[in-house]
Write a protein that binds this ligand. Sequence first.
Ligand code: GLU
Length: 375
Amino acid sequence: MAALKPLTAPDIRDAKRLVVKIGSALLVDRIHGLKLDWLGALALDVVEARRRGCDVVIVSSGSIALGRKVLGLGDGVLTLEQAQAAAAVGQIRLARAYEEVLAPHGITTGQVLVTLEDTTDRRRYLNSRATMETLLGFGVVPIVNENDTVATDEIRFGDNDRLAAQIAVTVGADHLILLSDVDGFYSANPKEDPTAQRFDLVEAITPEIEAMAGDPISGLSKGGMKTKLMAAKTAVAGGCAMAIMEGSTLRPLTALANGAARTWFVAQGDPQAARKRWINAMKPKGELHLDAGAVAALRAGKSLLPAGVRSVSGTFGRGEPVAILSPDGAVLGKGLVRYTAQEARAIAGHKSGEIEGILGYAGRAALVHRDDMVI
Ligand code: GLU
């Protein structure tokens, strides 16, 4: 098969920043509730990754499954309102369970509930990125789920595969592991086609590969190969390698490192390069004209402070792309700006310490952070 090439597979032990997605079925048993043995063992894998110096983010499903059990809602189909209510009841227990298994190892957890808009709206995207970065900087393991209680149909991810990929790209993760009930990506549905073969490694997600995932499923369905492939596309384009593996074995991440069956999707470059490509492809909404000192600072890898900006043109909101110009008008690069055009005009030429006096609130010190800039 064309996509099976003798390429070195990614290795979870190389991860510097890892996102692990955990499906409901792995965590919640219809009869007994939370599978604490499995979760306790997973905690050991997390401890080991942290010991290697790897940041870990967990994207966990299970709030609805857990909540419906607590509320005694049975196995039938839930209305949206019932599912949202179940999520509210289940989520608090889910987050607590992670805390209970990780705290004894000295690991602090934090709960992060996101909606689709937190990744599509640029200002909110930058905010969630900054919060996640701060959490990871504190050594916290964020436990992420969709905010099912408030997210309605039109504005929800609906499945945590794509949510996990989006989170991986947001935090600049280099490895994403989908722990699932299937052991990888197959050339056809293995339940229907005995000749179906599992891929060890997918180097590129070609139309041929996409056709193998089967028909698109509705936005409401959870999981499925199609959503996993969509997740893989997002992840690899963001410079993050992704694996799909069967997760029910105790310590699945150790099993993965030891060569368990799985499919790896190879990343396109690294997360930094991918982010630069993403920023570079945007059409600027305005311009920031710098003085010579600011140009030198940016070339030395610093963030752009308002003090180094002589003038501002265009109309833009927070988080939108702007061109960065040198004193002679040449385009130096692009970046995502942290203030609106109006605010940027007001603080241009001023020291960061003066921002609060001018705007009436203490905003961020940098006008464009170096991580959001391509020079
Ligand atoms: N957010 C949902 C939950 O926690 C799960 C979505 C999914 O299974 O992909 O129940």
